[in-house]
Write a protein that binds this ligand. Structure first.
Ligand SMILES: C[S@@+](CC[C@H](N)C(=O)[O-])C[C@H]1O[C@@H](n2cnc3c(N)ncnc32)[C@H](O)[C@@H]1O
Length: 223
């Protein structure tokens, strides 16, 4: 597993070419854009909504999120790597979006604003050692019916898992190591949110987990 500073270093080095290299995964059948679109659709955002993206990187999801929340909505992109956010800032300026706030922060230390309509993380949350704590704390920050969506890599439960030695070297340049397969953010989604679902893709090496904000108890039960 890469340490925090090694990950930071790695993403600083990869930032400029991140968007290009991400597309190369199509060569092994990894349908990156299908997963992004499915994940963003699962948020069920409406015009005017506020969405937080954890580990937003260079902002590859921003256009998809913009299409949902519109000019009156708000997107907050959180990432620990300055160089990745710099690429994101260039994208925002190029596109003329003026409703995206970028926050350089470790996800484990980020203080979520209240009453947000959606939280998303694509191919980032498993890299965060405190992923369970991040989901637990942020679940309370969601508005009623607000949704948390995670798209990320995992180890399949089926015999396809034996293909991992072929795939791991392809994802390792982005900090993915075998021991990260012990991290299960989809279980945290099920633990802290309602209506949790998990859909698998790419032979079970990828998943999209969705959960909805728990209804607030308005009445204490009598002893
Ligand atoms: C594989 S990239 C994914 C970027 C983007 N979500 C996407 O789908 O293209 C992983 C991102 O997670 C960020 N990251 C890793 N660990 C983090 C942490 N503890 N806190 C915040 N960001 C983190 C990295 O800086 C990097 O930008």
């Amino acid at each position: 597993m890469f340490s925090h500073s090694e990950l930071l270093d790695l993403y600083r080095r990869r930032a400029k070419r991140y968007d290009f290299t991400a597309n190369l995964y199509y060569l092994v059948g990894f349908r990156e854009w299908k997963y992004r679109k499915t994940a963003v659709a699962a948020l069920r955002l409406r015009p005017g909504d506020t969405v937080v993206e954890i580990g937003c990187g260079t902002g590859l999801n921003f256009r998809l999120l913009e299409e949902k929340v519109g000019a009156n909505g708000k997107i907050v992109g959180v990432d620990m790597t300055d160089a990745m956010l710099a690429e994101g800032r260039t994208r925002i300026e190029r596109e003329g979006w003026n409703n995206i706030e970028l926050v350089q922060c470790d996800a484990g230390r980020y203080k979520f604003p209240q009453n947000i309509n959606g939280i998303i993380s694509t191919f980032a949350l498993t890299l965060v050692p405190e992923f369970d704590e991040v989901i637990r704390r942020s679940a309370d920050a969601l508005s009623p019916e607000g949704r948390w969506v995670v798209a990320d890599l995992k180890m399949p439960n089926s015999a396809f898992k034996y293909l991992y030695p072929a795939l791991l070297p392809i994802f390792r340049p982005f900090g993915v190591t075998l021991d990260l397969s012990d991290r299960h953010p989809w279980e945290s989604i099920a633990k802290y949110l309602d209506e949790a679902t998990v859909q698998e893709y790419f032979l079970g090496f990828t998943y999209i987990a969705v959960g909805e904000a728990r209804a607030v108890e308005t009445c204490e039960p009598r002893d």
